[in-house]
Ligand binder design. Structure first.
Ligand code: UDP
Length: 334
């Protein structure tokens, strides 16, 4: 079975490509490398896996010809779609590029799938489609009222996918991620953003004694220790969920959507303490004011993914920190 992975060179995409290859799928990645990530092509080519790595198609979702050629030349059976812009703050400053890339790009992809008879897609959606939580843990019935353009682009695509299923029979699984963390346990790929905004890599970057203090954004929230609570799901567990979602579609499952989280929240202070424990280092810390747009608590109710996809996230926060630290050291040549 041949799967095209858009954004397959990015953080989550590259882990999913590895999981697909390790599960015996043949994989083509489709990427425009706009964020500078080239993880799959650089780190995966040549390694031994069950499935075949068919290479990277350097193309852009805004160029319909690129998508047509990638699907046609390689005779794809299904698509897993990661390629998107994903920075909330940036989306507020540049909604134009977010709508163009995330919404128009996905529409081009769905149109090309329709034209080439590819009828299965697994899509990276996000907890940001829920907006400010009305209750936690958040289940899939929670209202979707995104509070920023990034979340709205993902919600728009979710609606588009319902319509393309009704009209053209393209079935989709939308996976709504909570906070993704960690790296491949074999240290083949990992997280590397520039600039880095995420909690765990930012704490870990402050362990290297180069004078960079970790900045904690807000300790006056209405939570157990005053810092924000998030649900950190391990990236390898997340990648496994994509394989299960694909199998669900291959076995005839209908369009659906699932939260991917752990049902458990950790506060920023708890994550920080776990990072000190895992690294064995005292990490310099500075308490700053709140970061605009951060809800106090975001925790997933993941029962639907467990029941229907038979997903069983098993890696702990400590596992995620340990693998992220291994990766950070590798990237620094330590
Ligand atoms: N955070 C922090 N310092 C950082 C990065 C993040 O205190 O350098 C906090 C952030 O304010 C939020 C939590 O860590 O409360 C998770 O942030 P992240 O950006 O990793 O994920 P988000 O939940 O925003 O998608």
């Amino acid at each position: 079975m041949k799967v095209m992975v858009t954004g397959g060179d990015g953080y989550i995409g590259s882990h999913c490509v590895l999981a697909l290859l390790d599960s015996g799928y043949d994989v083509l990645t489709f990427d425009n490398h706009s964020t500078g990530h080239i993880q799959t092509s650089e780190n995966i080519s040549g390694i031994s896996t069950e499935g075949r790595f068919l290479g990277t198609f350097s193309g852009d979702l805004l160029n319909v010809d690129d998508i047509n050629r990638a699907l046609k030349e390689n005779d794809m059976d299904a698509v897993i779609h990661f390629a998107a812009f994903s920075q909330v703050a940036e989306s507020m400053k540049r909604p134009d590029i977010y709508y163009r890339n995330n919404v128009c790009g996905t529409m081009n992809l769905l149109d090309a799938m329709k034209d080439h008879g590819v009828d299965k897609i697994v899509f990276s959606s996000t907890a940001a489609t829920y907006g400010e939580p009305e209750y936690t843990p958040i289940d899939e019935d929670h209202p979707q009222r995104p509070i920023n353009p990034y979340g709205r682009t993902k919600l728009t695509v979710e609606g588009m996918m319902d319509d393309y299923d009704l009209a053209y029979g393209i079935r989709s699984v939308r996976l709504r991620y909570f906070n993704v963390a960690g790296a491949d346990s074999g240290c083949r790929v990992g997280e590397w953003h520039d600039p880095e905004t995420h909690l765990i890599p930012n704490i870990l970057k402050s362990t290297f004694g180069d004078g960079k203090e970790f900045e904690l954004f807000g300790d006056d929230y209405d939570t157990r220790d005053g810092t924000c609570i998030r649900d950190y799901v391990n990236v390898e567990d997340l990648a496994d969920a994509h394989i299960l979602a694909l199998e669900y579609l291959v076995n005839g499952g209908g369009t659906d959507f699932f939260n991917l989280g752990t049902n458990e929240g950790s506060s920023v202070k708890e994550v920080f303490a776990e990072c000190e424990k895992v690294t064995g280092k005292k990490i310099p810390l500075k308490i700053k004011g709140r970061r605009p747009g951060d809800p106090a608590v975001l925790v997933a109710d993941n029962r639907k993914a467990k029941e229907i996809l038979h997903w069983n996230p098993r890696r702990t926060l400590s596992d995620s920190i340990r693998t992220a630290y291994m990766w950070e050291k590798k990237m620094r040549g330590n």
